[in-house]
Write a protein that binds this ligand. Structure first.
Ligand code: NAD
Length: 331
C-alpha cells in the first residue's frame, strides 16, 4: 500500500504522515507538483495525492493510467485542476475532502477584518520599534455595523453567526437562501444590488463559477457604501483586481482583506522572499496601507489539517483494500 504525495510542505508531511502510518499506508513525498512534466514519478504507485496547484489534465491522467494509477486523492475541496471526465474515461477514481473545517476559514475572515480595522499589523511593528504613538491607528467598533455575507453555505453561515455575536446587523445574498438559519440568527436575505449599498463590510463566501467571475467589478464596487471594507477568503477570481486597484486609488473603500488573489497560482504557498515579484497588480496591492493580504492560509488550522489527513488516508486505505471511498468524497 503505497501513495505518492505531491506539492507537499512540512505541515502536509506531518499531518498526512501520522494518518497514513496509522493505517499502514507507505508515503513518498514530493515537493514538486504533479503535471505532465513530472507524471513519470508516479510509475510505482497505484494512488497519488495532490493539492490545488497540481495539473491533472487529460494527457497527465492518461499517463497515470498507463503507469497503473487508479486513485487520485485531492487533499482539498476544489477540483478545478483535475479533468474529472478524463479521469473517469481512464477508469481512475477521484476523491476529495469536501468539508474539513468551515470554522477555520470563517474565523480567519474575522481575524483579517479585526487586524485591518484595528491596525494590528502597524501597531505590532511600531511597538517593536519602541514607537508607542497611537496616531493613525484609529479603528471602528464592529458592534452596530452592517455586514453583508455573499454566499451562505457552510463558511458563510459561520461567519454570519460570528458577526451576529459581535452585535452586527447581518445581511445575506445567496441564490439558495437558508431561511431557517436566517430566522434563527436574525439575518436578512436580499439581492446583491440591495446588500452592497447597505453593508459596512462585505464578505465573500461563494464558490467561483462561470456566472460569478468578477462578481466585484468597477460597477459593483461603485454601488458599495463609501468607506466599506471588502473581505475575500473565497476565490481570487471573484474580484476584478484591476478594478479593485482603481477603487482603492480613489480612496472609496475603507479597507480590503484578501486571503485569495486572482493570479495566486505559482506565488501563494511559495517562499519568494529572495526573488523579484513579477506580478505588478499584486505588487501594487501590497503598497496600500489599508490592504491586508494572507497567502491562502484561511484553512490552515490543526483541526482542518487533521481532518484533511484523516479523510485522505482513509480513502487511500479503502482503495487498496478494494472498498468504496467515504460518502460524498467521490467526484
Ligand atoms: P458551500 O458549498 O457550503 O457554500 C457555498 C454557498 O455559496 C452556497 O450556499 C451557494 O448557494 C452559494 N452561492 C453559489 N453561487 C453564489 C453566488 N453567485 N452568489 C452568492 N452565493 C452563491 O461552500 P463553503 O464550504 O462555505 O465554501 C465557500 C468557498 O470558500 C469555497 O467555494 C471556496 O472557494 C472557499 N474556501 C476557501 C478556503 C481558504 O483557505 N481560503 C478554504 C476552503 C474554502
Amino acid at each position: 500500500m503505497k501513495i505518492a504525495i505531491y506539492d507537499t510542505k512540512s505541515y502536509d508531511r506531518q499531518y498526512l504522515g501520522e494518518a497514513l502510518e496509522k493505517l499502514g499506508v507507505e508515503a513518498t513525498y514530493h515537493e514538486f507538483r504533479l503535471s505532465l512534466e513530472t507524471v513519470l514519478t508516479a510509475h510505482e504507485f497505484r494512488a497519488v495525492c495532490v493539492f490545488v496547484n497540481d495539473r491533472l489534465d487529460k494527457l497527465c491522467l492518461e499517463k497515470l493510467k498507463e503507469q497503473g494509477v487508479t486513485l487520485v486523492a485531492l487533499r482539498c475541496a476544489g477540483f478545478n485542476n483535475v479533468d474529472v471526465g478524463a479521469a473517469k474515461a481512464a477508469g481512475i477514481t477521484v476523491v476529495r475532502v469536501p468539508a474539513y473545517s468551515p470554522h477555520a476559514v470563517a474565523e480567519h475572515t474575522v481575524a483579517l477584518l479585526l487586524a485591518l480595522n484595528r491596525r494590528i499589523c502597524q501597531a505590532f511593528n511600531r511597538v517593536r520599534d519602541h514607537n508607542f504613538s497611537l496616531n493613525g491607528l484609529v479603528g471602528f467598533d464592529l458592534h452596530g455595523k452592517t455586514v453583508g455575507i455573499v454566499g451562505t453555505g457552510k463558511i458563510g453561515q459561520i461567519a454570519g453567526t460570528i458577526f451576529r455575536g459581535f452585535g452586527c446587523r447581518v445581511l445575506a445574498y445567496d441564490p439558495y437562501p437558508d431561511k431557517e438559519w436566517a430566522s434563527e440568527h436574525n439575518v436578512d436575505y436580499m439581492d446583491l444590488e440591495t446588500l452592497l449599498p447597505q453593508s459596512d463590510v462585505v464578505s465573500l463566501h461563494c464558490p467561483l463559477t462561470p456566472e460569478n467571475h468578477h462578481l466585484l467589478n468597477a460597477k459593483t464596487f461603485g454601488s458599495m457604501k463609501p468607506g466599506a471594507y471588502l473581505l475575500n477568503t473565497s476565490r481570487g477570481k471573484l474580484v476584478d483586481t484591476e478594478a479593485l486597484i482603481e477603487v482603492l486609488k480613489s480612496g472609496r473603500l475603507g479597507g480590503v482583506a484578501l486571503d485569495v488573489y486572482e493570479e495566486e497560482e505559482g506565488i501563494f504557498f511559495e517562499d519568494l522572499s529572495g526573488s523579484v515579484l513579477h506580478d505588478d497588480e499584486l505588487s501594487r496591492l501590497l503598497t496600500f496601507p489599508n490592504v491586508l493580504i494572507t497567502a491562502h492560509q484561511a484553512f490552515l488550522t490543526c483541526e482542518a489539517l487533521s481532518e484533511i489527513a484523516r479523510v485522505t488516508a482513509t480513502n487511500a486505505h479503502r482503495h487498496f483494500k478494494g472498498e468504496p471511498p467515504l460518502d460524498q468524497t467521490v467526484l
